[in-house]
Design a protein around this ligand. Structure first.
Ligand SMILES: Cc1ncc(COP(=O)(O)O)c(C=O)c1O
Length: 373
């Protein structure tokens, strides 16, 4: 026991001396430039009331789901919703997981087998990396958005080969060239899997649908905790893929199903997404306004999405800048290493449809002053 405690103390001390010690902070009343609530669904009282109405109409008084989907936790209501969401995204089928983390871990730990190959962009989300680590497949990464690097790895691939990218990268906010990656995928008989967590919202159905290439993408991961303002996720793909995951994805099989509250919230949020043209337009306008307000763009990562990052390249600098912004009234957070590679520490600004023009102008003015100081 003593040794275990000493180990913990040592690891925490290491984090502190690297300036990367993490702490939880309670909610605040600052102007939101931090959350993933891109379209304002999580804060929408209209959505909340509609969810309440939906739950009132539900015949059972069921708080918890009472079991895993394969035992007592499955509802026809959930399966109907899965079908409805899959249709919305032009997919044959889909399977809900309790979170995006669970979806990626379940998919990547169960599908690629020993002798197969997983090739990921170096910046894919931790949940993809963790899932791939749990598989027995060969794993390669290629430099961020580097198609030559991807092709070099494809030449080395053995067995079934899965290429994994995000349509909007969570920490950089940029977009890969999906069409070019599809050409390579097809040239080497691989299967492309796209995590669309941050693209749903800005592109209602995701970027894969926006590009009209849904039939060429093997699977997509969509999450409900970001623009949908709820919680949970879904893997979109063929009926066979859905059945495979029900049989082999351990993060689906060995966990209690989401409660009916959660499923109803997702259902009603999807109805709202279909009707969200104004919020999407407001978000797009705010992205343009923010980008045009930054004077020195040399540290601004190239991004047309709601995620905008200013590189500060050091944990302390990033933390100090975030703290100054917070004192000015903005909820902007620093993203530190090891969440991002060392030397790429940054301020990560999340824009929303509900941020006002004044808020964005004041933020860019403050950022300009900060980066000039
Ligand atoms: C690209 C990406 N995939 C998956 C996830 C995990 O989703 P969830 O938060 O629903 O677990 C995230 C969350 O940050 C993400 O950014």
């Amino acid at each position: 026991m003593k040794q275990a405690n000493a180990f913990i103390e040592q690891k925490l001390a290491e984090r502190k001396s690297a300036g990367s010690y993490r702490t939880l902070k309670p909610e605040n009343s600052l102007i939101d430039f931090c959350s993933n609530d891109y379209l304002g669904f999580a804060r929408s009282s209209v959505l909340k009331n509609k969810i309440d109405d939906e739950l009132k109409g539900f015949p059972l008084t069921s708080n918890g789901s009472t079991g895993s989907r394969l035992l007592s936790g499955n509802l026809q209501y959930t399966e109907d919703l899965e079908y409805e969401i899959a249709q919305f995204h032009n997919s044959e089928a889909g399977l809900i997981f309790n979170s995006g983390y669970d979806a990626n871990v379940g998919l990547f730990s169960s599908l690629p087998q020993r002798g197969d190959t997983i090739i990921t962009d170096e910046l894919v989300h931790a949940s993809i990396i963790d899932g791939a680590r749990l598989s027995h497949a060969n794993r390669y990464t290629f430099k961020h958005n580097d198609l030559d690097g991807l092709e070099a790895k494809l030449k080395q691939a053995k067995g079934n080969c899965y290429i994994v990218i995000e349509s909007i990268y969570s920490m950089d906010g940029d977009t890969p060239s999906i069409i070019d990656i599809l050409h390579l995928t097809e040239k080497y008989n691989a299967a492309l899997i796209v995590d669309e967590a941050h693209a749903i919202g800005l592109y209602k159905k995701g970027l894969v649908c926006e590009l009209g290439v849904e039939d060429r993408v093997f699977a997509r991961i969509i999450t409900f905790g970001k623009a949908l303002g709820c919680h949970g996720a879904m893997v979109l793909g063929s009926d066979n893929l859905r059945n495979y995951l029900i049989n082999f994805a351990r993060s689906f099989i060995y966990t209690t199903a989401a409660s009916v509250h959660q499923i109803a919230s997702i259902k009603i949020a999807y109805r709202m997404l279909q009707d969200s043209d104004k919020a999407v337009e407001a978000l797009k306008n705010n992205i343009t306004l923010f980008k045009s307000g930054i004077k020195d763009t040399s540290t601004l990562l190239l991004s047309d999405s709601a995620i905008q990052c200013l590189l500060l390249n050091d944990n302390e600098k990033a933390k100090n800048a975030a703290s100054k912004l917070q004192h000015t009234g903005f909820d902007v957070r620093a993203i530190l290493s090891p969440t991002v590679p060392q030397g790429t520490e940054r301020l990560r600004i999340c824009l929303h449809g509900y941020n006002s023009v004044d808020e964005i102008n004041l933020l860019t003015k403050t950022l300009n002053e900060l980066t000039n100081a």
